[in-house]
Unconditional design. Structure first.
Length: 333
């Protein structure tokens, strides 16, 4: 009885049972088992666990990239511009200043890109064109958030970011709206991208219809010129010599002045309309015939005196065809 109790007391509890390999077994690839308080994990199990963990981390990274939650460093050479432009041109002086800031302090705000919808391994930028250009200028990788975006989501993100940062001028925003409309985006998408209502969007599109694109390019972004002045310019262009205005603004001396001043010059030139010269009228009369002939550079007008010879004008009209045939016959001879 006492022997039985001794055996029961000496038996190890199940929670502490450890499996020990026989002494003649050799460790796998130099793996030395370590004693643990819990159940042991073999070398193969540990290796598979590490692989699984790495795969899970890679999957999580891919998920975060798709959701736009992770910032990565990308080669600027792999990033293309948005499929719809929202700028006229990046000012060289502003770009140099931004590049210097990034060189000294680093890129503080990442850009937003999406995987290129047509070219595998490339990206397409939604917003951050200036930061991307500055990174290219410096020759460094650009910090970016990668997110899967539809065309509509891209342009809305592009427009809202630029509206929030207020670094697009009124005419650039109007051009962006017009380009989106040309690509058949709905008014709701365009309004969401620009953060405007229907009335404001309609006025933007009116400006683009009134002011030719060549003239807008000649003027430039004009950051201090707002909606009212652009609408006034559009109205003044009716009857103005637009080609002459573009030529003057495209001259070398005009390109050196700020775009706001080029707008003012265009406004003045549109205001100074050249009045068309009045046509010179030469009146002639045939003796005894109640008709006065008024001649101009572009034609002649016959005025019949209805009081002196009533019905004569109708008589001449009825015979015009025959008179013209006789005229043509004589000219052909």
């Amino acid at each position: 009885m006492a022997r039985k109790n001794l055996i029961e007391i000496s038996a190890p509890s199940p929670a502490r049972v450890e499996t020990v390999a026989p002494r003649d077994n050799r460790p796998i690839a130099g793996f030395v088992p370590q004693e643990r308080s819990a159940a042991p994990v073999g070398g193969i199990t540990k290796t598979l666990g590490n692989i699984t963990e790495k795969m899970e981390r890679a999957s999580e990274l891919e998920r975060q990239l798709a959701a736009g939650q992770t910032i990565v460093d990308l080669d600027p050479g792999l990033i293309d511009a948005s499929f719809v432009s929202d700028r006229l041109a990046i000012d060289a002086a502003e770009l140099a200043q931004l590049a210097e800031q990034i060189r000294e302090h680093g890129q503080q705000v990442p850009i937003l890109v999406r995987p290129h919808p047509e070219i595998r391994g490339r990206y397409q930028v939604a917003y951050g064109h200036r930061r991307l250009a500055a990174a290219r200028e410096i020759g460094i990788r650009v910090r970016a958030v990668v997110r899967d975006l539809t065309d509509g989501q891209l342009v809305v993100s592009q427009g809202q970011e630029n509206s929030a940062r207020t670094n697009l001028s009124y005419i650039e925003r109007a051009l962006f709206a017009s380009r989106l409309e040309e690509r058949s985006f709905g008014r709701d998408v365009i309004m969401a991208a620009l953060g405007v209502d229907k009335a404001a969007l309609s006025r933007m599109l009116i400006v683009i219809r009134q002011v030719p694109l060549d003239l807008i390019n000649a003027i430039g972004a004009a950051p201090d010129i707002g909606r009212r002045r652009w609408l006034e310019l559009g109205e003044r262009l009716d009857g103005a010599d637009i080609e002459r205005i573009i030529a003057e603004l495209s001259a070398d001396d005009a390109r050196k002045i700020p775009s706001d001043e080029r707008f003012q010059r265009a406004f003045v030139l549109a205001t100074k309309r050249t009045s068309a010269p009045k046509p010179t009228i030469a009146k002639t009369q045939v003796s005894g015939v109640p008709v006065t002939v008024k001649k101009t550079a572009s034609g002649a007008t016959f005025v019949f005196d209805g009081k002196t010879a009533p019905g004569f004008d109708q008589f001449v009209q009825e015979r015009l065809k025959g008179l013209f045939q006789e005229f043509s016959k004589d000219r052909g001879a």
